[in-house]
Ligand binder design. Sequence first.
Ligand SMILES: [Zn+2]
Ligand SMILES: [Zn+2]
Length: 285
Amino acid sequence: MSRLLGDGHRRFLQTLMAVGITDEQEARALYQHCCDTHKMQCIPDKLDEFIEAINSRLQPMFMQIRKGMSEENGHQYYALVNMAETDITRMTSDYADNELELFRKTLDLIVSSENGSASSTDILNSTDTMTSKKLKKSETEHLLTRLVQDKWLCERRGEYTLSTRCIIEMEPYIRTMYQDQVKVCHICHNIAFQCQICENPSCGIKIHNPCVARYFKGRVEPRCPACDDFWPHEIPDRAHMTSPSSQQGSMNRTASTGITSSPTRRSEAARDSTRVLVGVCSCRK
Ligand SMILES: [Zn+2]
Ligand SMILES: [Zn+2]
């Protein structure tokens, strides 16, 4: 059922259209800003209902604001996604056929890897088996840069991973295409790429790194939550996980991490968030 949208809802949607994806803290700051600007009542824990109202109007256009977790830091993100296409043909307007073929090959490499990443060397080598017009080395490098800029991939020291936006948007496609390979996180039940794996061959569950940090926090001897074997991996420290913004391409102007518990720091971070998204918001242009 469609609900009535106010100017605040529209402003929120327009801003999200401009940035594509935003973390929960920034979304809350934007929600507050939109309500303040349009004299709407802002109820802090009603952000999801506010977004639901927008989604009810986006549905006929096969768009949706969807929530998902970052595999890097465990934070929640909101992304505006296209639901009209069920596979990567949704990228057709931005990429040529051979570029999409290489993106599919990159997906193959990432999904079949243990740690949810593909090296630039492996991606370059995979051009040898292309069936469409083969991409040259420089074209492949240029394409990878574009895929990072467009927030489909993230890159760190020559290793490529799927961005949070890509996972949120492509999850139905990936689950269908790679149903034998893809596993979900034992803790949060979301699709898992960058994660730790239980080394017991009869178990082999996956847990996202941030979920590992959360689950094993304070436990003296970490044990697999499924088979109770010793968990032999290093437990990541949540406090040292990547900030939400550093992996999100153009959003990396945001300095806020939301990890700090200091109220002063948190309000500074919230102010930064507001500044970044309000900078995008059309009311200041
Ligand atoms: Zn998880
Ligand atoms: Zn296990």
